[in-house]
Design a protein around this ligand. Structure first.
Ligand code: SAM
Length: 286
């Protein structure tokens, strides 16, 4: 068992380095000893795979990833954690820590420089305040990665994994399903973290698709349609699309008819194919 899941050890290291948790940076560190080995396993890493970790914190997951992967590059925004990581990860020689913002770094260049010739996966216990933007950034950039194994808040995990066309689905479900096949892995109780957050979390794996599930005339328009459709969840699809896309209601009604969408419909009832049909019909008239 890693000493990084021993609360007294972690508290002592952090105290010696004068570290205090920042809520704004989503700093809840894992202390449940079973979670990180499972995540490292699910990440699919073997001694040929490179792993990018976002937000290593005190290094508990990084430590497990370094055991299973060829090399780990971990991106940490909080400078105060650099001396902590230097101490906690000193036994490993296949870890590189980069002090930077995962939302801003050039990840394509990073992959090329650090992992040339190797398969790459992403593994992270994501800071809650940027869960969706980070996931969407990693997917939209079409990075040469095989999968993202991430821990997010349980509700976010349910939303991301929900199949478009089902009650729990949202804009993020359709967006993620376009790039990846999400898989629910396991729930993680709030008490598994230091400090404990108010809600439970879950680990999900997004397996990157080689081909998208629908062929589109205009990818950007598809994402605009999905966003507009869910922007006013309680309204009918024609109302939310009309408001979200700035189109006259009768034009939207006609587009929906041409796309073969039954009326009235709501965003959460739309499958990927139906969203694609709406976007493709719109592409012809816009
Ligand atoms: N991996 C550690 C664990 O599981 O215990 C820490 C996870 S903690 C939920 C999130 C980590 O992400 C923190 O260390 C935080 O400082 C870092 N972080 C927050 N925003 C970041 C960003 N934009 N880029 C990189 N790291 C970030």
């Amino acid at each position: 068992m890693s000493e990084l899941t021993n609360i007294s050890y972690v508290k002592d290291v952090l105290r010696r380095h004068g570290f205090t948790f920042s809520k704004a940076l989503g700093q809840n560190f894992l202390i449940n000893p079973t979670v990180c080995p499972k995540m490292a396993q699910l990440c699919g890493g073997n001694k040929q795979t490179g792993v990018i970790e976002i937000g290593p914190g005190a290094g508990v997951l990084t430590n497990e990833l370094a055991r299973t992967a060829y090399k780990v590059v971990a991106i940490e925004l909080d400078k105060r954690l650099l001396p902590v990581l230097e101490e906690t990860l000193r036994a490993h020689h296949n870890i590189k820590i980069i002090n930077g913002d995962a939302m801003k770094l050039d990840l394509k260049a990073l992959i090329q420089e650090e992992f040339e010739g190797h398969e790459v996966a992403v593994c992270a216990n994501l800071p809650y305040y940027i869960t969706s933007p980070v996931i969407m950034r990693l997917l939209e950039e079409k990075l040469p990665i095989t999968a993202l194994t991430v821990m997010v808040q349980k509700e976010a995990a349910q939303r991301i994994c929900a199949e478009p066309g089902t009650r729990q689905s949202g804009a993020i479900s359709a967006a993620v399903h376009y790039y990846a096949q999400p898989e629910w892995m396991f729930k993680v109780a709030a008490g598994s973290f230091l400090p404990a957050p108010k809600v439970d979390s879950a680990v999900i794996r997004l397996n990157i698709r080689k081909e998208p599930p629908v062929e589109l005339k205009d990818e950007k328009l598809f994402f605009r349609v999905v966003k507009a459709a869910f922007s006013q969840r309680r309204k009918t699809l024609s109302n939310s699309l009309s408001a979200g896309l700035g189109l006259a209601k009768q034009d939207v009604t006609s587009v929906l008819q041409q796309a073969g969408i039954p009326s009235p419909a709501r965003a959460e009832e739309m499958t990927m194919q139906q969203f694609a049909a709406i976007a493709d019909t719109l592409a012809e008239i816009l």
